[in-house]
Design a protein around this ligand. Structure first.
Ligand code: NAD
Length: 358
């Protein structure tokens, strides 16, 4: 069979430059003709956000950011934007902050300029997420895709090493899950593979030299590629699992992704040798799981879901909610039994290689 695929590339401007965020933001706000700018940044992100927004006039600051975007927080922010006649949203912070800007854009159709300060990658996707009564809902809407993303590695210097590692492995999960996600194609696979290479180069540099920008730049570049690959390929098994663990059990997003990833890779890799080989090459090894596990060891990455509040009692409910969402295209059939075993192994941090029978 010839090479046949259907790929959509999302339109977005990306400005990348260490130390350039304030200047780039002012130029972009002017280019978009903004008169009433709302800047969203959590309390913890505000000091950094004030520096980034120093060269623009801000009509409204909004600091009420909560992880996984509870509907109540979204509605409060939407009302604040409407009340101040806002014509441009600027989010400066992690994925939770970007998520709140997206929740406003969903209903208002306002443009967003995103200035990310973690490696979550939400800024490069058209996916929104909202949480209502312990159920996280996501959807796709091009109106929530930021018009412009401004990357500045200097803004990530304050991200502690453990959070950088977890967040970077969240990016890694976008790359790896893209290889077998429902809309996987040669273009998003190429982006995902380059994302794996950049993240696996950048994250150890961050751990070795947290105040240097070289590793931070590589990680940010890799995180962007990861998110573009994910937005294009869609959610695979890994994302379906983490989505439920985050939304239903309120586990921390980045650490959950970092913990679950080797189990999903161990589960799927034997059933998809081409994807596994591609992942291995991107890690610079001959075996995908070995590549991931060696990197995780060097980084002292999160190991067990039990460390983040998950318990064995939660497994049956998690399995029941995850199972209907698993893409039919997953390379290996997913059953109540094998998904239960996967979650049991991730709960306690068992060696995933010893659990290839998952
Ligand atoms: P986060 O945004 O909640 O940030 C984690 C913590 O780090 C917060 O306390 C934040 O204030 C702090 N922080 C952020 N940047 C910092 C910096 N440079 N220095 C010091 N502290 C900093 O977590 P996250 O992992 O970035 O994002 C997770 C959220 O993003 C989840 O809700 C997830 O669903 C969403 N997400 C969405 C998409 C999408 O495509 N829609 C993609 C990835 C993640």
């Amino acid at each position: 069979m010839g090479l046949t695929f259907d790929h959509v590339t999302l339109g977005q401007r990306v400005l990348f430059g260490t130390g350039n965020a304030a200047e780039n933001l002012a130029a972009e706000a002017a280019r978009l003709g903004a008169q009433h700018v709302m800047v969203i940044a959590s309390d913890r992100e505000t000091e950094m956000a004030r520096i980034v927004a120093a060269e623009i006039e801000v009509a409204l600051w909004h600091h009420d950011v909560v992880m996984h975007v509870p509907i109540e927080a979204a509605e409060k922010a939407r009302a604040a934007a409407a009340g101040a006649d806002i014509d441009l949203l600027v989010c400066i912070g992690g994925g939770s902050t970007t998520g709140l800007a997206k929740a406003i854009a969903m209903t208002s159709r306002l443009p967003i300029i995103a200035v990310p300060t973690t490696y979550a990658g939400s800024e490069a996707t058209n996916v929104w997420g909202l949480t209502k009564a312990s159920r996280k809902t996501t959807g796709v809407d091009d109106a929530v895709l930021p018009v412009t993303v401004i990357y500045d590695a200097a803004l990530t210097l304050s991200l502690p090493v453990d959070m950088s590692v977890a967040s970077g492995l969240n990016g890694m999960a976008h790359c790896i899950d893209s290889m077998w996600a429902p809309r996987a194609d040669p273009i998003n696979a190429a982006l995902g593979a380059e994302g794996i290479r950049a993240l696996s180069q950048g994250l150890p540099l961050i751990a070795a030299d947290p105040s240097g920008t070289e590793g931070r730049e590589q990680a940010l570049y890799g995180a962007y590629l990861a998110a573009v690959a994910f937005a294009s390929a869609g959610s695979g098994l890994h994302h379906k699992i983490c989505h439920v663990l985050g939304g239903t059990f309120n586990l921390p997003h980045a650490q959950t992704h970092a913990t679950v990833l080797p189990y999903v890779l161990a589960f799927n890799a034997p059933a998809t040798p081409d994807a596994a080989a591609r992942i291995a090459v991107a890690f610079g090894t001959t075996d995908a799981l070995t590549g991931l596990q060696e990197l995780r060891k060097r980084l002292d990455a999160p190991k067990a879901l039990a460390d983040y509040g998950f318990t064995a009692e939660g497994i049956p409910e998690a399995v029941a909610v995850i199972l209907p969402a698993v893409p039919a295209s997953n390379p290996r059939p997913v059953t109540t039994e094998n998904l239960t075993r996967l979650l049991q192994a991730a709960l306690t941090g068992e060696d995933p290689r010893a659990r290839l029978d998952l």
